[in-house]
Design a protein around this ligand. Structure first.
Ligand code: FA5
Length: 340
């Protein structure tokens, strides 16, 4: 029996190195150790040996069984290690290797315009605060002089959120109250941000768009300061001196309030396609901050005054780049984006 076992062991040790996958190894192991495997069949004869033989041969066969099992384990580990080596060699990528020109992207046109606006305000000594996208009824409406019954609420179709009084900001003026309450005086802050209105989308209206708000509060701030700031910003963005004109207008959070037009930078006021032949581009709302709004923010309107203005950034980008449909901005169309 020992001789048969020795022969089997030799066969196994010769064959094992030639096996290169775990699947093959399992099949071969089964043919040796399985229910009808070669070794199992040989070991079935042990029960017929005499007691003395069982003591010697039995122990030897057991040792051989263990050593064959160990040989299978070693081969199994070697196959795993070889597989890892092979994957390392085939999947290795040198991330420091110079790549071919893949056409690296660039900033979205809206981001480019936001940065230009921020640069202009930074030069004028403003600090930048980003507008909160989720706010509440108090900050978005009540605190800026738009009480519940006010018709101006209907002009800004609102996305109401779960929870009492939570809304998506409909305008960047929703940041005013928080800034008045948390900022030391004087205040000179510009607030770009994304706002939302539950509106039908068309070429000039989006339900998700960007606005920029600017607020200044100090002692002795006047309408003239506001006009100068607006003109400086618009000239910076247009890349040339522009004129502005103000028309009386109504916003609940300012008094007096006005709408601002600026002279068309494309035709210098003579009339063209962009300004629809008028020489002027209607652009934004502005005004002196309403005393109620200052008071609600904890600022005494008898001591301090200020101005605020706000405009749509999508509209500015459309004017600047001659884009005729606002829906392009939220459309991930690479052919459109590559133009800027
Ligand atoms: C406001 O939102 C005021 N908070 C602006 C303001 C601030 C006035 C401070 C006075 C003082 P209005 O609703 O008009 O105002 O929106 C301002 C600008 O946002 C518009 O001129 C327009 O450019 C842009 N806008 C408004 N609705 C949309 C829309 N649905 N899609 C794209 N842009 C819009």
């Amino acid at each position: 029996m020992l001789q048969i076992l020795n022969t089997l062991q030799e066969q196994v040790l010769t064959k094992l190195p030639a096996i290169s996958t775990q699947e093959e190894l399992v099949v071969y192991k089964n043919s040796i150790f399985g229910k009808n495997g070669e070794l199992t069949e040989i070991l079935k004869g042990v029960k017929d040996l005499s007691i003395e033989e069982k003591q010697t041969i039995g122990k030897a066969t057991n040792d051989m069984k263990n050593s064959l099992a160990a040989a299978f384990d070693i081969r199994s580990q070697a196959i795993d290690a070889a597989e890892v080596e092979e994957r390392l060699a085939s999947e290795y990528t040198d991330v420091t290797f110079p790549i071919a020109d893949t056409g690296i992207g660039h900033l979205h046109p809206l981001t480019q315009v936001i940065r230009q606006v921020e640069d202009s305000f930074t030069r004028m000594g403003f600090e930048i605060r980003e507008s909160m996208e989720v706010t509440n009824e108090y900050k978005n409406f009540d605190a800026v002089n738009i009480p519940k019954s006010h018709p101006a609420r209907d002009m800004q179709d609102t996305f109401w959120l779960e929870g009492i009084g939570n809304v998506l900001a409909t305008h960047t003026s929703s940041m005013q109250n928080e800034i008045y309450k948390t900022h030391d005086l004087p205040i000179r802050v510009v607030i770009p941000g994304r706002v939302f209105r539950n509106e039908d989308v068309d070429a000039t209206h989006e339900n998700t768009f960007y606005q920029v708000e600017a607020i200044v509060v100090d002692k002795g701030i006047s309408f003239a300061n506001m006009k100068y700031t607006i003109r400086t910003m618009l000239s910076d963005i247009a890349g040339k001196e522009v004129k502005i004109r103000l028309r009386p207008s109504y916003y609940p959070f300012v008094e007096p309030g006005a709408d601002v037009d600026f002279s068309c930078p494309f035709c210098d006021g003579t009339g063209c396609r962009i300004c629809k032949g008028t020489g002027w581009i209607e652009f934004m709302g502005c005004g002196m901050i309403h005393p109620n709004v200052l008071r609600e923010g904890g600022i005494d309107p008898m001591v301090y005054s200020g101005f605020a203005f706000g405009f749509g950034l999508n509209r500015l980008a459309m004017i600047k780049y001659g884009i005729n449909d606002m829906r392009y901005f939220q459309n991930p169309n690479v052919a459109f984006l590559r133009q800027f």
